[in-house]
Ligand binder design. Structure first.
Ligand code: FES
Ligand SMILES: [Fe+2]
Length: 361
């Protein structure tokens, strides 16, 4: 464990009462980001699609969460695959975006792959002695489905996901996100470190700040609390101000799966998806989740989109500001409130992943 990683995470406290924000090194040091790629993202379970986004045979969806181009497919027999989408010829990503196709053809020299990753055809390779069609399949990535998400584990060595999420699964049983579909997606370029976004999502203390005219009026920040948490997840409860408003449930599966649900008469949720994570930026895709019936009502979806957009527009200055602030050489990490217990739990997770006991510590 290198010095910047020690400096960034060794100080994460064992209890929330003595917890502080992460120091500058956690955000500023390139070494920390490289370690996160290797030890947090490669080793963890990353969300790569909603099951409903690859509902039909032939559906595919490209994602690139962290420098590893992937494609999620559903083959003709109905099985879901997560594959590297780096062409086995010269490395071109074989597809971008989402769609439906019988096979996937690399745009560069037209090598064609089946939806399960096997190479179906490649022209003008008959004189090559190095070419062996059977060994040119797209590498499969370990995958798991949970509550309507498809997750992928890049190094293939993560413990099974669902057993680690039992308490969160119980909490979500009534809402059942697996019945929700993506009614729309809102994209934002996000020029700040990915952890700034996770931390922002995992505390509602700031309802009294940027959301004073929105969320604070329905789910007051000072009434929020962490309702449960484990090694791999946290649950942040946001009770409503009165009987006229709905309870807001915020949760995360570490490191990257951020979700929130409104427990009102209409099934409403969001998934904050990270794509193209770089050291100091990423693409945020907010998925609007609701039932199939509500997703089919354009006016309803438009209203929901506006409400979710308004809240995120309030979060942008906060994230931009924090990004500038934590990179200042004069920044000193301050103490966390009990209202930030879920964010502290995220820091504990990072510490475990990045500083392995017995390795120079
Ligand atoms: S790089 Fe894909 S066919 Fe050449
Ligand atoms: Fe916020």
């Amino acid at each position: 464990v290198t010095r910047p990683i020690q400096a960034a995470f060794a100080g994460v406290s064992v209890d929330v009462a003595s917890a502080r924000a992460l120091p500058r090194a956690a955000y500023a040091e390139r070494d920390v980001f490289e370690a996160e790629l290797d030890q947090v993202f490669r080793r963890g379970w990353l969300p790569v699609a909603r099951v409903s986004e690859v509902a039909k045979p032939g559906d595919y969806r490209s994602v690139d969460p962290c420098g590893v181009p992937l494609v999620v497919t559903r083959d003709g027999a109905g099985a879901i695959h997560v594959l590297s989408r780096v062409c086995r010829h010269r490395g071109m990503p074989i597809v971008e975006g989402a769609g439906n196709a019988e096979s996937l053809t690399c745009p560069y020299h037209r090598w064609r792959y089946r939806l399960d990753g096997r190479l179906a055809a490649a022209s003008a390779m008959e004189r090559s002695e190095a070419f062996d069609q059977a060994s040119c399949a797209l590498p499969p990535i370990a995958a798991a489905a949970w509550r309507g998400w498809v997750f992928a584990n890049l190094d293939g060595r993560a413990a099974p996901l669902a057993p680690q999420l039992a308490a969160l699964d119980d909490r979500l049983a009534e809402l059942d996100p697996s019945r929700m579909v993506t009614a729309g997606v809102i994209e934002f370029d996000s020029p700040w470190n990915w952890k700034v976004m996770v931390e922002n999502f995992l505390e509602s203390y700031h309802h009294i700040g940027p959301h004073s005219q929105t969320l604070q009026l329905s789910n007051p920040g000072l009434g929020t609390y962490e309702g449960g948490g484990g090694d791999l997840y946290t649950i942040l409860e946001n009770p409503p101000i009165d009987g006229e408003h709905a309870h807001l449930l915020v949760a995360a599966v570490f490191p990257l799966t951020l979700m929130a649900f409104t427990e009102g008469p209409e099934p409403l949720g969001v998934w904050y998806e990270f794509d193209r994570i770089e050291h100091q930026s990423f693409k945020l895709r907010i998925h609007l989740l609701t039932s199939e019936a509500f997703a089919a009502v354009p006016a309803f979806v438009a209203r929901y989109r506006d409400a979710v957009t308004a809240v995120h527009l309030e979060d942008i200055p906060a994230c931009e500001g924090v990004q500038r602030g934590v990179l200042s050489p004069l920044y000193e990490p301050g103490p966390l409130s009990h209202l930030e217990a879920a964010a502290w739990r995220f820091h504990r997770f990072l510490r475990r992943q990045l500083i392995r006991p017995g390795l120079g510590h």
